[in-house]
Design a protein around this ligand. Structure first.
Ligand code: CDP
Ligand code: CDP
Length: 237
């Protein structure tokens, strides 16, 4: 069997998915797929084109025409470079405006259908660690290792506040941020298609009080353990 393993990382906003996933990818030599960046890119595009977010037919047509490129970053600290029709939108897809609209766009059937198709194509040969909301439940249900990464809302808001301060934002309202995070979690968890949900066979890691290094190491340990178990099974059969 030439299939390389797939690791699925899901969880709510600010749990540490992107940060930890990039590091695990680097250390295990896996390709990193940031599916949230894809939903953000489509959201940016819809806003640019001034299409009403409830116009699902138009949004569906728009996606079919667009050229979306994800270029892996050459350092684990940098986000994946995202290009839409050749334009670099790596920064533009992270604005509060995009963040506030992305859940509504990501709930749409046409959007999910097209992006999940691209994600499956990306993972077809394995050797991938993908992060998002529905990776273990929907995109790669047969992934060798599934992790559900989470933390309390307070901790996640604290992390996002720190991120914004590091980017030079002086006054960040942590209470407001906590409310926005909670609202997005609710929208993502309650949508009809592929909601945010822990897969039955996912391992939950609650990251409050854990460093990035500790979480990264836990996932790497689980990965090697899973591989050893897989080999064990192989010799029995
Ligand atoms: O990094 P952050 O947690 O802020 O969010 P993200 O991973 O960039 O994802 C942005 C949004 O995309 C989420 O809030 C979901 O609405 C949507 N998303 C999704 O529906 N399915 C995925 N597999 C990944 C993201
Ligand atoms: O991708 P997701 O929205 O799940 O979270 P992220 O953007 O990777 O992480 C949010 C912030 O939390 C980053 O600044 C990380 O450095 C930080 N973090 C942390 O402080 N402790 C951890 N155990 C994991 C992440």
């Amino acid at each position: 069997n030439q299939h390389q393993p797939i690791i699925a990382i899901d969880g709510p906003a600010g749990a540490g998915k992107s940060t930890v996933t990039r590091r695990v990818a680097e250390q295990l030599g896996l390709l990193y797929l940031d599916t949230g960046a894809m939903y953000r890119a489509v959201t940016w595009l819809v806003m640019q084109a001034k299409i009403p977010i409830e116009d699902q037919a138009k949004i569906g047509d728009l996606i079919k025409e667009v050229q979306l490129d994800l270029i892996p970053a050459d350092s684990p600290e940098l986000p994946t470079k995202v290009l839409i029709n050749g334009q670099d939108v790596t920064q533009a897809i992270r604005t509060p405006e995009v963040t506030s609209q992305v859940s509504a766009i990501a709930a749409q059937a046409a959007v999910r259908q097209e992006l999940v198709r691209l994600q499956k194509y990306f993972g077809a040969r394995g050797g991938v660690i993908a992060e998002g909301r529905d990776i273990g439940t929907n995109v790669f249900p047969d992934a060798e290792l599934k992790i559900f990464l989470t933390a309390t809302v307070a901790e996640r808001a604290r992390r996002r506040t720190q991120d914004l301060k590091n980017l030079g934002h002086q006054s960040v309202d942590i209470e407001q941020l906590a409310q926005e995070i909670q609202k997005r979690d609710e929208q993502d968890s309650n949508r009809v298609i592929a909601p945010l949900k822990k897969a039955d066979d996912a391992i939950e890691i609650i990251t409050d009080g854990l460093t990035i290094e500790q979480v990264t190491q836990q996932i790497i340990d689980l990965y090697w353990r899973r591989k050893a178990e897989g080999r064990g099974k192989g010799t029995q059969n």
